[in-house]
Design a binder for this molecule. Structure first.
Ligand SMILES: *[C@@H]1O[C@H](CO)[C@@H](O)[C@H](O)[C@H]1NC(C)=O
Ligand SMILES: *[C@@H]1O[C@H](CO)[C@@H](O)[C@H](O)[C@H]1NC(C)=O
Length: 418
């Protein structure tokens, strides 16, 4: 009740800073943004397609960012520490995702997190064709994040650029899912709601929801999933309890005595599905997402010296404020700028119901089996702990290594893990 009230408020109120809720512990990040990032979420910012900014904002279907590699033809597993922010709008000093790259996206608001699932041609974001991808989170091998110094903000929770402590993103060459955890309670804390240790399980397991075929662009409310890997049960007194699934892996560490010792973590049996798939509701669809920036402005290596056409020349530091400029189509390279930001959409929206999606057999992806079904996620393959993620073409990355380990009781380097 409280939560839905909150959401209603955030969707209609413009200035709600005064009424900011008291966030539960572990939700709001209090540190500084990473060294490569602007101090706060900023829009517009000058286009720089060589940017190393690692500040992702998840504000609306028309205004979000993803982490993807800085260099062309990269495997996610090889570059987890280095990914940079790519945004649908010129913001955060980050790179801009060219129009047409995103081919579908579901933007979900839930009381505990904001979640996007989508499809696209992410070779245009430097991911190698066919890369099954990997998982990114603010922890990483050194604790400095994957990518290092990667940060996430959202305006969805209360209208301000809230800095989020816990988030996770899976991305492959054609699919992504990303979640930022905006609320918590005594049962579901933010760290568990954005649990980052199920790298090989894929989007539909870790971030369940209604996965769509390419071509759907929708903003929805959604039910809250259980934390990844959690299964509810009932104890003798009728109280709800949870069992949890941990990804299986083995490894060897060398103790103080210099002797290598084997260890095993996780479960031998991988669950076949999630406890339940949260339903989406109140979906509003639109034709596409685009920033209207000319391709020449956002081509590889391009960098501008001025605020992009169509945006106000006064960069705002609060991403909650949409730029007011909406330049009429100007001929030439400057191109038209039909900005659609933060709900003040200039895009054509249609509320026509989508036809039943058909399964996409186009291959796995970090994003799970890619079956666009609202029923239980398809779990293909007989391999334990390996769902929808095929081992990438380079087998030297984290997710590849773990996937392999879960199949053969091999040897893992502890450093590879998270
Ligand atoms: C940004 O990310 C770094 C690395 O994970 C972290 O130490 C820092 O606290 C983050 N800052 C914010 C505001 O999220
Ligand atoms: C936390 O929120 C979940 C989801 O709404 C709910 O099922 C659970 O009972 C809540 N826990 C507490 C302690 O309020």
């Amino acid at each position: 009740m409280l939560f839905s009230a909150l959401f209603l408020a955030s969707s209609v109120a413009v200035s709600v800073h005064a009424g900011k809720p008291n966030y539960p512990a572990g939700v709001v990040a209090t540190g500084t943004q990473g060294a490569t990032n602007p101090p706060t979420a900023t829009m517009p910012s000058i286009i720089n397609q060589n940017s190393m900014s690692r500040l992702v904002s998840l504000n609306s279907i028309d205004d979000f960012c993803l982490f993807a590699p800085p260099q062309p033809n990269s495997l996610i597993a090889d570059t987890e520490g280095e990914e940079v922010a790519w945004c649908t709008q010129p913001r955060n000093n980050a790179r801009v995702i060219p129009d047409g790259v995103i081919t579908g996206v579901s933007f979900l608001r839930t009381p505990f997190y904001v979640q996007l699932m989508g499809t696209g041609d992410f070779t245009k974001l430097n991911i190698r064709a066919g890369d099954a991808g990997g998982e990114l989170d603010p922890h990483g091998a050194t604790g400095a994040g994957n990518p290092v110094g990667g940060n996430v903000t959202t305006t969805v929770a209360d209208g301000s650029d809230l800095q989020i402590t816990e988030w996770m993103q899976y991305i492959s060459s054609n699919q992504f899912c990303i979640r930022a955890c905006t609320w918590a309670n005594a049962t579901f804390d933010a760290a568990h709601m954005c649990w980052h240790e199920l790298d090989v399980m894929g989007c539909e397991f870790v971030m369940p929801g209604t996965y769509r075929e390419p071509g759907t662009f929708e903003t929805c409310d959604a039910d809250i999933a259980y934390p990844p890997g959690w299964y509810p049960g009932v104890d003798a007194s009728g109280k709800t309890t949870f069992s949890t699934f941990a990804q299986y892996f083995t490894g060897i560490y060398t103790g103080g005595d210099g002797q290598p010792t084997g260890y095993t973590v996780g479960d031998l049996t991988t669950p076949t599905t999630v406890a339940f798939v949260p339903q989406s509701s109140n979906c509003v669809t639109q034709a596409t997402v685009k920033n209207g920036l000319a391709a020449s402005l956002v081509t590889a290596g391009a960098s501008g010296t001025a605020v992009p056409p169509g945006f106000t020349t006064t960069p705002t530091t609060t991403g909650g404020t949409a730029p007011t400029g909406n330049a009429a189509a100007a001929g030439g390279a400057g191109g038209s700028s039909s900005q659609a930001v933060g709900g003040s959409s200039k895009l054509t929206t249609s509320n026509t119901a989508k036809s039943t999606p058909t399964p996409n057999n186009g291959g796995g992806a970090a994003a799970g089996s890619n079956t666009a079904s609202s029923s239980a996620p398809a779990v293909s393959g007989s391999s334990p702990a390996r769902r929808g993620v095929s081992v990438g073409s380079g087998n030297n990355g984290e997710s590849a290594a773990i996937a392999l380990l879960s199949l053969i009781s091999g040897i893992a380097a502890i450093a590879l893990l998270h």
